[in-house]
Design a protein around this ligand. Structure first.
Ligand code: ADP
Ligand code: MG
Ligand code: MG
Length: 213
């Protein structure tokens, strides 16, 4: 069982809605990881327990070169800590914004990595549902890693069968499942456009205009 005292905490590397992310080194092995620290108070305030539980369960079960690994997790009185693979080159978003747009070759490489990772997730019945440039990270070699499974769902048919609740699923839930995987694939298309053009296709000052477009 891990605890914070097993790690030397390094620099602050990222901020999300519920977590702060720090660089850290496991003391025994010297292995460098990223620690995503989520305060329990915040979880309570936003009633986010089930999302975090899902994030952990789902990401623990994934092992693919383009999916950020979740090595372990633990908690103490105040916080929940996720021990993550460290993506040294940070967000793809920042790289894209700094250079404007990618060459066709670079865009194709990222698109292929993302498509491969999504195909793997979908094969495992996992839908990410929050694919965007901030949640695509780059490791030290520049390889793309899907991160942040906070909105992911696993529509495991077996589990429903076990619970015996499949007959009672609302039509919209069934519909969501049937169309679920397509939401990730749609973002792949949006990202291909953004990689090549520099901004997403339906961008507008007003959210409503984006929706209309
Ligand atoms: P949230 O669920 O709150 O959005 P994320 O998991 O997306 O949190 O993490 C927030 C930010 O922290 C990311 O957008 C990224 O910039 C940084 N980050 C998260 N995990 C890592 C990691 N393993 N390696 C490097 N940076 C990370
Ligand atoms: Mg995020
Ligand atoms: Mg999240």
């Amino acid at each position: 069982q891990w605890s914070l005292s097993d790690f030397e905490i390094g620099k602050f590397i990222g901020e999300g809605k519920f977590g702060k992310v720090y660089l850290a080194r496991e003391k025994q092995s010297g292995y460098v990881v990223a620690l995503k620290v989520i305060f329990k108070k915040k979880l309570e305030k936003y009633r986010f327990h089930s999302h975090l539980r899902r994030e952990i369960e789902i990401q623990r079960g994934l092992d693919h070169p383009n999916v950020l690994r979740l090595f372990a997790w633990f908690h103490d009185a105040d916080r929940v800590v996720l021990v993550l693979e460290y993506a040294a080159r940070g967000e793809l978003y920042k790289l894209l914004r700094s250079i404007g747009r990618f060459s066709e070759r670079t865009a194709a490489t990222y698109a292929a990595s993302l498509a491969g990772a999504l195909a793997y997730c979908h094969k495992k019945q996992v839908i990410h549902r929050d694919i965007k440039p901030e949640n695509l990270l780059l490791d030290i070699e520049g390889r793309l890693k899907i991160a942040d499974f906070g909105w992911a769902v696993q529509s495991n048919a077996k589990r429903h069968t076990l619970c015996g609740t499949i007959d009672y699923l609302a039509p919209e839930m069934v519909e969501k499942k049937a169309h679920g995987y397509a939401v990730d694939n749609w973002t792949l298309g949006i990202l291909c456009y953004e990689f090549l053009y520099g901004s997403p296709p339906f961008e507008a000052a007003e959210q409503n205009d984006t929706l209309m477009r």
